[in-house]
Design a protein. Structure first.
Length: 227
């Protein structure tokens, strides 16, 4: 995606029909080329009237939306938030799904006990996220994972957390295929979820590297060879 205005619709890393049978290809195509494109167009139209913000990145626009003038704030949170959330959503999926990296798996085990517990917690949180919104797995600067529900096009506080993956719980994400079967849609999303992510915060990387080193020390404190 362009770093700043004018934004363009970013291509997917997979074909529209590559997530089938879990997510219908026509539904994914409409979601990407119509729904997400609409947010691109709205954001560009908005920023065309405010050239002083045209060099801001999408993430910065979202993270600091509450500091913008009132006349701009609501529309910015909707258009920039909608575009950012969809960008993370489409990048949270891959054909056949993908297991977590070892680093993320360590974070998952530290927070939820195991991978299956994390998926159950995410499922349960998404299931009660009624109305228009998103269900996020994020990590913070202390390397802790959290599950957060947001409404409409709001995002988690990006100045303090980093998204790992997100489920779009707006009806346009599933109604065409699953109608009111939100539980079936969530389970289908979990089948194609791409967990090969790591937290972008250096604090997390450093903490996990230190943890790994400590785990591999013997009782005398000598570092054993890595497997």
């Amino acid at each position: 995606m362009n770093e700043h205005y004018p934004f363009e619709l970013p291509p997917l890393s997979y074909g529209y029909y590559d997530l089938e049978p879990h997510l219908d290809g026509d539904m994914i195509k409409t979601h990407h080329t119509v729904i997400m494109q609409n947010y691109v167009d709205k954001l560009n139209s908005l920023l065309a009237r405010f050239p002083q913000y045209q060099d801001w990145s999408l993430k910065a626009l979202v993270a600091y939306a509450d500091t913008f003038p009132p006349a701009l704030r609501k529309e910015l949170k909707n258009s920039a938030g909608g575009l950012y959330n969809h960008y993370v959503y489409f990048n949270s999926m891959t054909p056949g799904g993908r297991m977590p990296t070892q680093r993320l798996m360590n974070q998952i085990k530290n927070t939820f006990g195991n991978f299956e517990n994390m998926k159950k917690a995410l499922y349960n949180s998404a299931l009660i996220n009624f109305g228009c919104g998103y269900t996020w797995l994020v990590c913070n600067k202390s390397c802790n994972l959290q599950i957060i529900n947001t409404q409409r096009n709001n995002t988690p506080p990006l100045t303090v957390v980093s998204p790992v993956a997100v489920i779009d719980m707006w009806e346009h994400s599933f109604f065409q295929q699953y109608v009111n079967g939100r539980d079936d849609y969530i389970n289908a999303w979990l089948e194609v979820a791409d967990w090969s992510k790591v937290c972008e915060y250096m604090a997390c990387s450093t903490a996990l590297d230190t943890l790994q080193d400590n785990v591999q020390r013997n009782p005398q404190g000598n570092i054993q060879g890595r497997q």
